[in-house]
Design a protein around this ligand. Structure first.
Ligand code: GDP
Length: 589
């Protein structure tokens, strides 16, 4: 078959990262051909391994193809709709409640919900889906009831703002605490409007004025003192002033003139997700623009959905969701991550392609993708000197995953560390095992299962899978595994010294000499250092030892003896031979 040439071929589009097998398919060549070409260029890769675009471009052109960068499809929809001024319709503000533990965040969210959701409905709400909406007069407000700090850390990771207003809850009987400060900082960094709820004013010892003083010291000065921050005294328990708090939130939100595109395909964020035994992956999404309908295709991070069902925060089935509305979505292929943005896709193929492009990108970030000039890469890693234990994590909930990440992060020292190359919610799948294999990673499941088919696959692929139900068992095991990766401790002990009194014969490899043991004990076969004026000149091994012209097995302090030393360093009169032993000891983390 004739070789293709650049002139007769259309350029071939290649993504940032591509599997060797897929690359061969796109070129229409046998995979062995591609692997062979890679080898010629110094890259050892198997069919399942990933190569980067640059490598693919070089190999492709050597094989006579023109390679071009594939347009990253995901980028097309990535940009959130940006509305021109006055465009779109006003949408409900999205509000998160943050503050120190036990200051009443949950109570406040519950109190607002039960006091503002119509009676007949309130009784029916038993589930928490991560968000709910209330109506005040004619206006809707969306409350996110995932812990506020999670909302903000996701925000930092994903670079998109998920809330418009933060209610900072401070207990009037306890005052400003570390997490209060942290919450304020997060809200300020995110540039969201802040409203302070001074809670528990029903309690004896409540001191709302002191709270205001403490907040003023942090730069949040109450309006009534001439500052810019609205503070409302409330009691979640007694239901005091909740209407006023809600009104203030609306007022503050109006500063932002929140608008949204109401027609067309929906986009927004994932605010809660879990794996349901019956329904599969379930996600609560918050629609930020457009209209979300059943049957829509959505892409969120590295997964996608054909929306099978939509539910509202009351647990009722709905056929569509509008901006500001939280909705429970089923139909995702895998559990999407908290904080991910979702965007529409035209059809199943577009959705799948966009999701796998993200997956490849994520994997290429966490995994050393094979590339030409890999030697530089290796050098960089060994210069950093950190050995990493790759792990692929699967856990039952997002919360578990986050705790695992935190615990694993702590398992490190300057030499070794755990590197999570992939982590997701859900049972271990075939692709997890394949990925663990490619990444040379340990597969870890936390509160998830591994069916027997996959167990067999893992055995075949020699992927180690470990399942845990208790975090500390997992961390103990990994600590041990990391300990084994640590270079053993080398213990160098000086056991004897001898001063050279005469040198009789020096060859290229041996010196015959004599001297007196000045300390300790020496034996044949011992290693020794040749020291001159305190400086080490070279090393050697004691090949033969004689005392009184008799071969001996040992000599002690004060003994004068004849030596045959194997060394390439000439020994001189007056040198000290320092005899030592080397032991290695396993270390632990
Ligand atoms: P969170 O950790 O911030 O979510 O705090 P919680 O909502 O769980 O409340 C912590 C404790 O404070 C619980 O025992 C609540 O019953 C109590 N609490 C919350 N709000 C009030 C309030 O307004 N008044 C009084 N007296 N207790 C409250």
């Amino acid at each position: 078959m004739a070789e293709p040439t650049q002139s007769t071929q259309e350029p071939i589009a290649i993504p940032e990262v591509i599997g060797v097998g897929e690359f061969a398919t796109r070129l229409g060549l046998p995979v062995t051909r591609v692997i062979g070409e890679l080898m010629k260029n110094g890259v050892m890769a198997t069919i399942n391994e990933q190569i980067d675009f640059d490598t693919a471009a070089i190999i492709g052109s050597e094989l006579g193809f023109e390679i071009e960068a594939e347009k990253a499809e995901e980028d097309a929809g990535r940009q959130r709709t940006v509305l021109a001024e006055g465009e779109g319709e006003s949408r409900p503000p999205i509000v998160a409640v943050m503050g120190h533990v036990d200051h009443g965040k949950t109570s406040l969210l519950d109190a607002i919900r039960s006091s503002h959701v119509a009676e007949k409905e309130a009784g029916g709400i038993t589930q928490h889906i991560g968000a709910y909406q209330i109506k005040r007069g004619e206006r809707w407000i969306t409350f996110i009831d995932t812990p506020g700090h999670e909302a903000f850390s996701a925000l930092r990771q994903h670079g998109a703002r998920m809330t418009d207003v933060a209610i900072i809850v401070v207990a009037a009987d306890d005052g400003v605490k570390p997490q209060t400060k942290e919450a304020i900082r997060h809200a300020q960094e995110a540039g969201v409007q802040i409203v302070v709820a001074v809670n528990k004013i029903d309690k004896e010892g409540a001191d709302p004025v002191r709270v205001r003083q403490e907040l003023s010291e942090l730069g949040l000065t109450p309006e009534e003192w001439g500052g810019n921050t609205v503070m409302v005294d409330v009691s979640a328990k007694a239901g005091t002033n909740l209407d006023r708090l809600v009104d203030v939130v609306l007022l503050v939100a109006d500063i932002e003139d929140l608008r949204a595109r109401v027609d067309g395909p929906a986009e927004g964020s994932i605010i809660e997700s879990h794996l349901d035994a019956g329904k599969g992956p379930v996600a609560t999404v918050l629609v930020l623009n457009g209209e979300l309908k059943t049957g829509d295709y959505l892409v969120a991070g590295s997964t996608y959905a054909k929306v099978r069902s939509l539910g509202d925060f009351r647990g009722k089935r709905i056929s569509s969701a509008h901006p500001g509305m939280p909705a429970v979505v089923t139909g995702f292929k895998a559990v999407p991550s908290f904080g991910d943005q979702f965007k529409p896709a035209e059809n199943e193929k577009a959705a799948r392609d966009a999701a796998s492009a993200v997956l490849r990108r994520e994997q290429s970030k966490s995994l050393g993708v094979k590339k030409i000039d890999a030697s530089q890469l290796t050098a960089a890693i060994s210069a950093g000197n950190v050995q990493e234990l790759n792990v692929v994590l699967k856990a039952d909930t997002q919360g578990s995953l986050e705790s695992l990440h935190e615990s694993l992060d702590q398992l490190r020292n300057p030499e070794v560390a755990v590197k999570v190359v992939s982590s997701a919610v859900g049972d271990i799948s075939e692709s997890d095992i394949e990925f663990a294999k490619t990444a040379g990673a340990l597969m870890i499941g936390f509160n998830v299962t591994l069916n027997s088919g996959l167990k067999a696959l893992a055995n075949r692929e020699r992927v180690q899978v470990r399942l845990y139900k208790v975090i500390y068992e997992l961390t103990d095991d990994l600590r041990e595994a990391l300990g084994q990766m640590l270079a053993p401790e080398v213990i160098d002990t000086v056991v004897g010294e001898l001063e050279i009194k005469g040198v009789f014969k020096t060859t290229k490899t041996n010196v015959v000499c004599g001297g007196t043991v000045t300390s300790g004990k020496i034996e044949p076969k011992m290693k020794l250092r040749i020291k001159r004026a305190g400086e080490v000149m070279g090393e050697g091994v004691l090949a033969g030892l004689q005392k009184d012209k008799q071969v001996t097995k040992e000599a002690f302090e004060g003994d004068t003896c004849g030596l045959n030393v194997t060394t390439t360093t000439p020994i001189e009169l007056g040198d000290t031979l320092e005899y030592y032993t080397i032991e290695t000891k396993a270390r632990s983390l």
